[in-house]
Design a protein. Structure first.
Length: 258
């Protein structure tokens, strides 16, 4: 089943995608809902980030090649599953532009990631039941300003600048993660391809670590990290993140003042 969030009658609404139509609903995918007696053509609909999470979790340095690059540049290798946080203000949907502030240095990177969407409240999960709380999956593009990341006391603007966390195009509830492959394209050229489950720490590993200390809630999201190293983004670029079984997240790049 595919769930989206889109602009309907000038307001955000959840919807169910069936063939080339979107069926609006009242409520949300995580609670009781009712279908609206209407259909919207998917082609031409403005898709938004498929969920605005109560908490935005993100792990990183979670794939071998990417980890090796980060360690070579001074980062440490995680010894156990872990999480960080991102800000929901940075979320945008597919086809929305990634906007680079005019004063941002040129070394802005992108990373294509699988995103797990949580569907149940839970604490103290185990490896036996952790995946039971996963509602579905979507795609994320983790934009990072590397000079800002190195020089700021905390990765605030380097990770959380408005538009720097594209996510979408929708939530797929039936993904077989063991068969999922990510393909990252820069201006139409394939740059990186990797099996999603070639990660160092799995979704279950990270959820067990998180819920030892914190409760997860319906609508929370967990970004699982990326493989490879990207070229820097510039004005006029376009990035596509494709995961088979989900779809394609596409975003153009605009630098302010250009």
């Amino acid at each position: 089943m595919r769930w989206c969030r889109f602009k309907y009658n000038d307001h955000p609404s959840f919807g169910i995608i069936e063939d080339d139509k979107i069926i609006p609903i009242t409520g949300s995918p995580f609670e009781d809902y009712q279908r609206v007696n209407a259909e919207v053509e998917q082609n031409g609909a403005e898709l938004l980030a498929p969920v605005i999470p109560p908490t935005f979790y993100a792990t990183g340095r979670n794939y071998p090649e990417h980890l090796a690059d980060r360690v070579a540049h001074g980062s440490t290798a995680p010894k156990e599953a872990w999480t960080g946080y991102r800000a929901s203000n940075a979320l945008v949907g597919t086809k929305h532009p990634i906007i680079i502030p005019a004063d941002c240095p040129d070394d802005v990177e992108y990373e294509g990631e699988l995103v797990a969407v949580i569907g149940k409240q839970a604490k103290n999960l185990t490896h036996d039941n952790a995946m039971d709380v996963v509602f579905g999956y979507t795609i994320g593009n983790d934009i990072s300003g590397m000079s800002w990341h190195k020089n700021d006391p905390r990765p605030w603007r380097s990770k959380n600048t408005d538009t720097w966390k594209p996510m979408g195009p929708w939530i797929e509830t039936d993904l077989d993660v063991s068969k999922a492959v990510a393909t990252i394209r820069h201006n139409g050229k394939d740059m990186t391809e990797f099996k999603i489950d070639s990660w160092i720490f799995s979704i279950a590993d990270v959820l067990v670590a998180i819920t030892k200390y914190m409760t997860v809630y319906p609508g929370d999201i967990l970004w699982m990290g990326a493989e490879g190293v990207s070229p820097y983004l510039k004005h006029g670029d376009e990035v596509e993140i494709e995961i088979n079984g989900i779809g394609v997240l596409t975003n153009p790049v605009i630098r302010e003042g250009m």
